[in-house]
Design a protein around this ligand. Structure first.
Ligand SMILES: *Cc1c(COP(=O)(O)O)cnc(C)c1O
Length: 372
């Protein structure tokens, strides 16, 4: 983005392509170089990477900060970012977390043994705010992993703020292209950039974003002292991934919408969860607070856990794998993991990638037929 030629507020697609590039003088590279250095010549701000980062980190942080409307910090993983946020809480703090959510986050809060953790159904706004009264932190995730629950983010952020409760939103599924929680009233946004931002299943990376200068300083301090710093190559690749994220995500989203509808009509499918389906309980909320419904859906097959496992083994275009948000479609039976008692046994989480829709549908149809 050049400074001289301002076109007002740029759209997210344009920011993804242009943000975090250095001003271009004749002959300079278009991309911020991959800096592989921990140590820098003394006498200048930024002498050691764990304290000050590098220009490569700064480029990714500038881009994600611009997208979310705050200041971003890159961490070694989504969990590294989560741990840094958790570390800001004093001992004995009360934390409210969604029952359906990324499981390692809940385990982290529980196993630390330092905080009082309460679990809520975040689709129930009243119950969530009641549980959050007097708490120190309300952790939200929307849409959730793996049930695709949608929280009323504006109402929850407003209610929490009025009660003096900090709100963090895990924005991994939506990405800043589809949802900007800081604008909806959240204090901190957390990302697993391992997923859609990176987009190629070739890196681990996390991000925090906040518009609160004090929170930013404290999170930066946690990164510096706890050392959950990102690798240079990972940061470089994440920024490269971000450049094409809108194209990848929109492609996956178009296919996800079509597949959700076809699965919804399939006789072997008991239930589909996708906020883009007009019949989905989260549809109205998602339509109000998001700019799209994303590329992840979940569905339950008839025939229980064994049938669902068989579908994962039978697919050929889609890959049986745990992570999501890559160019390749992945499928997983989530209830096979620990602490997923609330997840229906036959529920398959399906991250829709960039393959052709017809190939994905043929693959699913064949897998459902072969396991009938
Ligand atoms: C993967 C994921 C995380 C954790 O991120 P890592 O990069 O694996 O540490 C957190 N939240 C959600 C929603 C995720 O999908």
């Amino acid at each position: 983005m050049t400074k001289e030629h301002s076109t007002g507020r740029l759209r997210a697609e344009t920011v993804c392509v242009g943000a975090g590039r250095t001003p271009m003088r004749v002959g300079e590279p278009l991309n911020v170089p991959l800096i592989m250095a921990s140590n820098f010549r003394a006498g200048h701000a930024g002498e050691y990477a764990r304290d000050d980062g590098t220009a490569t980190w700064a480029a990714l942080e500038a881009a994600v900060g611009a997208l979310e409307g705050g200041s971003a910090l890159a961490f070694a993983s989504g969990m590294g970012a989560t741990a840094a946020i958790a570390d800001l809480l004093p001992p004995g703090a009360r934390v409210v977390v969604p029952r359906d959510s990324y499981i390692a986050m809940r385990v982290l809060f529980d196993e630390a043994g330092r905080w009082e953790v309460r679990t809520v159904d975040i689709t129930d706004t009243e119950a969530t705010l009641a549980a959050a009264a007097g708490a120190d932190l309300l952790w939200l995730e929307s849409p959730t992993n793996p049930l695709l629950d949608v929280a009323d983010l504006p109402a929850l952020c407003k209610g929490a703020r009025a009660a003096g409760v900090r709100v963090v939103v895990d924005n991994t599924f939506a990405t800043p292209l589809l949802q900007r929680p800081l604008e909806l009233g959240a204090d901190v946004v957390m990302h697993s950039a391992t997923k859609f931002i990176g987009g190629h299943s070739d890196l681990l990376l996390g991000l925090t974003v906040t518009a609160d200068p004090d929170l930013y300083k404290r999170l930066r301090r946690r990164r510096e002292l706890a050392g959950a710093t990102p690798g240079g190559l990972e940061v470089f690749l994440a920024l490269r991934g971000l450049r094409t994220m809108p194209v990848r995500l929109r492609q996956g989203e178009r296919s996800a919408a079509a597949l959700a509808q076809r699965l919804h009509e399939h006789p072997q499918v008991a239930r589909v969860r996708y906020p883009g389906l007009p019949t989905d309980p989260g549809h109205a909320r998602a339509a109000a607070q998001m700019d799209g419904f994303g590329a992840v859906l979940s569905f339950e097959v008839h025939g229980g856990a064994a049938r669902a496992d068989a579908v994962c083994e039978a697919v050929r275009v889609i890959t049986s794998a745990t992570s999501l948000g890559g160019v390749e479609s992945t499928i997983e039976r989530r209830a096979k993991l620990p602490r997923q008692e609330h997840v229906p046994p036959s529920l398959l989480r399906f991250s829709v990638g960039c393959e052709h829709l017809d190939d994905l549908w043929s693959d699913l149809e064949a897998a459902l037929a072969a396991t009938a």
